[in-house]
Design a protein around this ligand. Structure first.
Ligand code: KIV
Ligand code: ZN
Length: 383
């Protein structure tokens, strides 16, 4: 794994953001509007879809999966509307004429074709043979290409597919005209080491441009995506806040910050837009973000412990692995039962209230006795 560990410190942050050196550019493919919308209970209306697509364009993602055109006329209408904006848009489709025609009808330029390649899916879901899967891949890519579509191809359940067959599938899809192969870990069964080895082998045995699509069933979607990038993957499929089927997909915000922190690669993402789109997607999906969620959770840049605050005030690197300024945020010092006088003094001074050290100590004792840690209550008490 190259022996890397967190390097996303405050110092050197900007060189890590790819502003002043040439680095491999990892392509960020967002599927919030497709796999994200497959989260149980989530259904964006057309205005929300357009708003999210607009924010994704401003965020700087390289490709936006706007939906699955064949699903309904409303879905197809949303894809058409989004296509009126400037940006790179793609729609999902199975390897059949109906789905491909549905994408052609939207007027969009890019199609994401998929078909399962693992024996378990071929036998129990598709009830067919490997030979038939291969024929469908060739036929569908040919058909989509003959209608001028750029084809991204995904062998669904790739991580449970026999490696020799997967290599044949990838080579066939590329020679039929796909511009990139996406490797889905459809049921999230990889771990960072198996993912690294898997992608490393694919990169060694094919000449294909590879992206990965990791599900989070064991809570490893981000780690697996990062491992794939370290093994040579060229792109990552992600969703805002990690929403998606079952336990979700790799979270855009986690993957992007990790790429910048742990690899020599860069992305084209405008990180200061992350908090805004995260809040909007949370509201529109009604999937509330847990407070301790990495990067976008309310507590991600909050500090309660007096020991931590004391260190932070002297040097933020003592307890902050990520500079919140990168995301256009400020750190929050909050009071709690572990707080010390430094935190209280800091909070009061940020509201223009100056107190002597003895007064601060007295107020802290009262706060702890009364078990009141709400900032407004405390301000009322001292003013
Ligand atoms: O998880 C998956 O396999 C997918 C594919 C359609 C890419 O979402
Ligand atoms: Zn998926």
């Amino acid at each position: 794994f190259g022996g890397g560990y967190a390097r996303f410190f405050h110092t050197g942050m900007h060189s890590r953001l790819g502003l002043n050196s040439v680095k491999k550019r990892i392509r960020i493919f967002d599927t919030t509007l497709r796999d994200g919308e497959q989260s149980p209970g989530v259904s964006f209306n057309i205005n929300q879809k357009i708003r999210i697509a607009g924010m994704l364009v401003d965020l700087g993602v390289d490709m936006i999966e706007t939906g699955f055109a064949a699903v309904s006329s409303e879905e197809s209408m949303a894809i058409r509307k989004i296509h009126e904006m400037d940006g790179n848009f793609i729609s999902l489709a199975r390897c059949n004429r109906y789905d491909i025609d549905s994408v052609i009808d939207t007027g969009i330029d890019n199609i994401h074709l998929f078909i399962a390649t693992s024996d378990i899916h071929i036998k129990y879901k598709l009830k067919t043979s490997r030979e038939n899967i291969m024929e469908k891949i060739v036929d569908s890519i040919d058909y989509a290409r003959s209608h001028g579509l750029n084809v991204l191809f995904s062998p669904e359940d790739a991580t449970r597919t026999d490696m020799n067959f997967l290599i044949d599938v990838i080579n066939t899809a590329i020679s039929s005209g796909a511009y990139e192969i996406n490797i889905p870990d459809t049921i999230g069964i990889m771990n960072p080491i198996s993912m690294y080895n898997f992608i490393h082998e694919i990169k060694n045995r094919t000449k294909s441009c590879i992206s990965v699509h990791c599900h989070n069933d064991f809570g490893m979607a981000t780690a697996n995506t990062l491992a794939a990038i370290m093994a040579g993957a060229d792109g990552a499929q992600v969703t805002v806040n990690g929403i998606g089927e079952r336990a979700g997909n790799a979270a855009l915000e986690e993957v992007v910050l990790s790429v910048h922190a742990f690899t020599d690669c860069s992305t084209g993402i405008n990180m200061r837009m992350i908090p805004k789109i995260s809040k909007y997607v949370s509201m529109a999906s009604k999937m509330y973000i847990q407070k301790n969620k990495a990067i976008v959770g309310e507590n991600a840049f909050s500090h309660e412990s007096g020991i931590h605050v004391h260190g932070l005030i002297n040097n933020p690197e003592t307890y902050e692995p990520i500079d919140p300024g990168i995301l256009g945020l400020n750190r929050r010092i909050v009071l709690g039962k572990h707080s010390g006088t430094t935190s209280l003094k800091y909070i009061l001074e940020s509201h223009g209230i100056k107190k002597s050290d003895d007064e601060i100590s007295g107020i802290l004792v009262r706060i702890k006795d009364m078990n009141i840690y709400d900032e407004n209550e405390i301000l009322k008490m001292v003013r």
